[in-house]
Design a protein around this ligand. Structure first.
Ligand code: NAP
Length: 344
């Protein structure tokens, strides 16, 4: 009788232990909540899907709802003034800030103003919001751009290179400066100077690749301008892995270049794109001379010709030192993965 009672008590203890362990695991998983400010676009939706798959709870903070539905909660804000939205940051495990008006436009004074203000004001108000909260996110991963280095024709830039000259470097420097004063002293801050992200179009925008690929089908996927300008790029899978590492890895802090270790020239990029682009494949791409790009970009594509005519070669020394292994280090495989029927 005593033995039987001991067995029952022992089994009960084991069940209780298993239940409490499971509850602990659920709670731990629940505390992994991330807020993605500016998460309604191409990179935000891609990251939200990636983090949700990895077990995170995702909140997207943006003025408009993402154009697609997904495993996230949406919170509305105006990206410049403090409001009720700030409470979504309280208790979150991390903040990723992607807010920024697209630079893929004709650079009118109004557009330039919005390109700068959207980035600086959103970063500032996120910092103000964090200061009002009892439990602000302990880590803030901040988007920046590899365009901060300007457009040096042949110099390779890394984290230690100085900022370049022109609108993009001016905006990027202001953006990073604002981040440096917005991030709390007790918060771990990670800045990702990101190059051209190649990825799939999930219906929330597909980045610049979704604009370039259709051109190859019309035989227009040839060399642009001199063709020697650098095209630094990163696959969205590696971009998302970097964001996640930034959120989770306590040793990651400060500025990183987020770009594959093998940037290519524009003519190599366009050749790879013609090969990888989906049916109907047009192997020949007519070259676009600078004067054609200057007229066509402004009047037909309503964008800035300089985005196509200039470029840069960037590479991360820090990621190499810290052992980050890219899943897509080379462009042909990266582009193939972007256009493959099934996600890789
Ligand atoms: N895609 C790339 O290859 C790449 C490379 C380097 C850096 N980046 C940077 O990464 C960020 C995200 O890129 P993305 O490709 O995902 O861009 P996107 O698709 O255009 O998304 C931009 C996000 O910023 C918000 N936004 C746009 N204009 C705004 C404004 N005037 N005021 C406040 N919020 C505004 C949008 O949300 P709402 O309009 O709904 O508020 C959206 O969530 C941008 O800052 C971009 O410069 C992108």
């Amino acid at each position: 009788m005593r033995r039987c009672f001991w067995h029952i008590a022992h089994s009960f203890r084991r069940v209780l232990k298993a239940v409490s362990w499971n509850l602990l695991m659920v709670n731990t998983a629940q505390t992994k909540r991330v807020v993605i400010a500016g998460g309604s676009g191409f990179l935000g939706v891609s990251l939200a899907c990636h983090l949700a798959d990895a077990g995170w709870q995702v909140t997207i903070l943006s003025r408009n709802r993402p154009r697609v539905d997904g495993p996230w909660q949406h919170v509305n804000w105006d990206a410049r003034s403090l409001g009720a939205w700030a409470s979504c940051l309280n208790g979150a495990s991390g903040l990723v800030n992607l807010v920024g008006r697209t630079v893929d436009c004709v650079k009118t004074p109004d557009h330039c103003d919005e390109i700068l203000r959207s980035r600086v004001e959103a970063t500032r108000v996120l910092g103000i919001a964090c200061r009002t909260l009892p439990s602000p996110p302990p880590v803030w991963v901040q988007m920046s751009t590899a365009h901060i280095y300007g457009d040096p024709p042949s110099v390779w830039c890394d984290e230690d290179s100085p900022a370049g000259f022109g609108l993009a470097p001016t905006v990027a420097v202001a953006w990073e400066k604002e981040f440096a004063s917005a991030v709390l002293s007790q918060q771990r801050g990670v800045v990702l100077r990101t190059s051209f992200v190649v990825g799939r179009n999930r219906g929330a925008g597909g980045g610049a690749l979704s604009k370039l690929a259709p051109l190859t089908r019309c035989g227009l996927g040839g060399t642009v301008g001199s063709g020697r300008q650098g095209m630094s790029w990163i696959h969205e899978v590696d971009m998302n892995r970097l964001f996640e590492r930034g959120l989770k890895d306590d040793s990651m802090r400060g500025v990183y270049v987020a770009s594959s270790p093998h940037p290519v020239s524009n003519s190599d990029f366009m050749r790879c794109l013609r090969r990888a682009a989906p049916w109907p494949k047009v192997p020949i791409g007519l070259p676009a001379f600078s004067w054609m790009v200057r007229i066509g970009a402004r009047h037909l594509l309503r964008t800035d010709p300089e985005i196509a005519l200039y470029g840069r070669y960037v590479k991360s020394s820090r990621l190499e030192q810290e052992g980050f292994v890219f899943r897509y280090p080379r462009l042909p495989e990266a582009l193939e993965a972007c256009f493959a029927p099934q996600a890789k």
